[in-house]
Design a protein around this ligand. Structure first.
Ligand code: FES
Length: 414
């Protein structure tokens, strides 16, 4: 199960036959002996293993920070990896702030950043030629893999926490090789490639326009290096009952497109989940695309999440809602919730009940018992069953307080 992996590590071309499931951190520390990149938690939490990954996208070189402890070599092909780390968070933060202040000044706002950093001795000279070198690598090395694989790996940010050793024994297909990183809008449908990262969604002008509160929602989801690697497709197929972006897309009544290499199959996202980690998906199918109808001009969307820590934590309970409202009456509604059932839940009965109702306290109070009848939370480390039931009621109310402050009297509701 070895493959040829080729990339640029700092200024050195690496071309090696190796198991592509080995994580970059192990490779650069144990085989190249670049021990400045540290191993801490190996779970994507501490950031001690952070490296930069540079990729050519539409002939433009883009760098992102990623956790090398969760990055399989299969996802490193044809990239530039920079191990820029010394020690001490304070000095690193100070240097980065100095550089950012320069870029934010009027004098330097428009400069080409890499050239500017080289000229000011912040980056070494060799960065000048990286884009051209990566272009050649891409032309010479196709990433497309042959053969059937039991496992599909996208960003790997959760799978590599759960079972890194198991992947070393398996044939893997890397979703990254399928070029599924895109966001397109056509005919009032938004199509998102399954390989699109969380951070791409957060920075997408399309998503920011559709969901003005997007940045605040997504700041609650993982750390920046994890968001740079984690993909929407991975979040959905991982089928965690509390997957944040899965809950987000369920409330958009999204559909998904599955591909087995021969034919496509389209189903509603809410129909994918059949039981705890059980999916309406065959072993040879992978998730290709997520689609949703563009929100109408009368639409409102909100996402809420409660976790033990505000940042870098998985949800105890999360929820999202999409509403179309005309004259204070609900014309379309989709409500979703995570952490309250074995699957990420689309609350069908509650959504149906809200349809055609006026937005008023009585309606909201009436739907609470239906919400409670649809969920089946269990007590675990993220809270007791009773606590999660109470949380979802509160998050449901929070949606309406946030979206319709002029219609909902907070004191009367709470
Ligand atoms: Fe802690 Fe990678 S070792 S994030």
């Amino acid at each position: 199960m070895t493959e040829e992996i080729t990339f640029i590590l700092n200024n050195e071309l690496i071309s090696v036959k190796i198991n592509p499931a080995v994580v970059l951190l192990d490779f650069i520390r144990k085989q190249i002996h670049l021990t400045g990149t540290k191993e801490g938690c190996k779970e994507g939490d501490c950031g001690a293993c952070t490296v930069l990954i540079g990729e050519l996208k539409n002939n433009k070189l883009e760098y992102h920070s990623v956790n090398s402890c969760l990055l399989p070599l299969g996802n490193v092909n044809n990239t530039h990896i920079v191990t820029c780390r010394c020690t001490g968070y304070t000095s690193i933060k100070r240097s980065v702030n100095n550089v950012l202040n320069k870029f934010n000044s009027d004098e330097h706002k428009e400069v080409e950043r890499i050239s500017f950093l080289i000229k000011n001795n912040i980056l070494p000279d060799y960065f000048t030629g990286i884009a051209e070198r990566l272009g050649k690598l891409q032309a010479e090395n196709s990433n497309e893999q042959n053969g059937k694989a039991k496992y599909f790996v996208a960003g790997g940010t959760d799978l590599y926490v759960q079972k890194p050793d198991e992947f070393l024994k398996q044939q893997i297909t890397f979703i990254k090789d399928k070029n599924l990183s895109y966001i397109k809008v056509q005919d009032k449908i938004c199509r998102v490639g399954a390989g699109t990262s969380f951070e791409m969604i957060k920075n997408s002008s399309v998503f920011q326009k559709l969901f003005p509160q997007l940045k605040s929602f997504m700041d609650l989801m993982a750390s920046l290096p994890v968001r740079n690697s984690a993909t929407i497709g991975g979040n959905i197929i991982n089928a965690s009952p509390i997957g944040d972006m899965t809950i987000f897309f369920l409330a958009l009544n999204a559909s998904i497109v599955l591909n087995n290499g021969l034919k496509y199959r389209k189903i509603l996202l809410q129909d994918l989940f059949k039981g705890y980690k059980k999916l309406d998906k065959t072993d040879d199918e992978y998730l290709e695309q997520i689609e949703f109808k563009l929100p109408s001009e009368n639409s409102h969307f909100n996402f809420e999440k409660v976790s033990k820590r505000k940042h870098l934590d998985i949800a105890s309970v999360n929820s999202a809602i999409y509403l179309e409202v005309v004259n204070e009456t609900i014309k379309e509604v989709h409500l979703s919730a995570g952490g309250v059932a074995p699957i990420p839940l689309y609350l069908e009965k509650s959504s149906n009940f809200l349809l055609s109702k006026k937005i008023e306290i009585e309606t909201l109070n009436d739907v609470l018992s239906i919400i409670q009848s649809e969920i089946s939370p269990i007590s675990d480390i993220r809270g007791s069953e009773e606590y999660k039931r109470l949380l979802l009621n509160q998050l449901f109310k929070a949606h309406f307080i946030e979206l319709f402050p002029e219609l909902i009297n907070v004191k009367a509701l709470t």
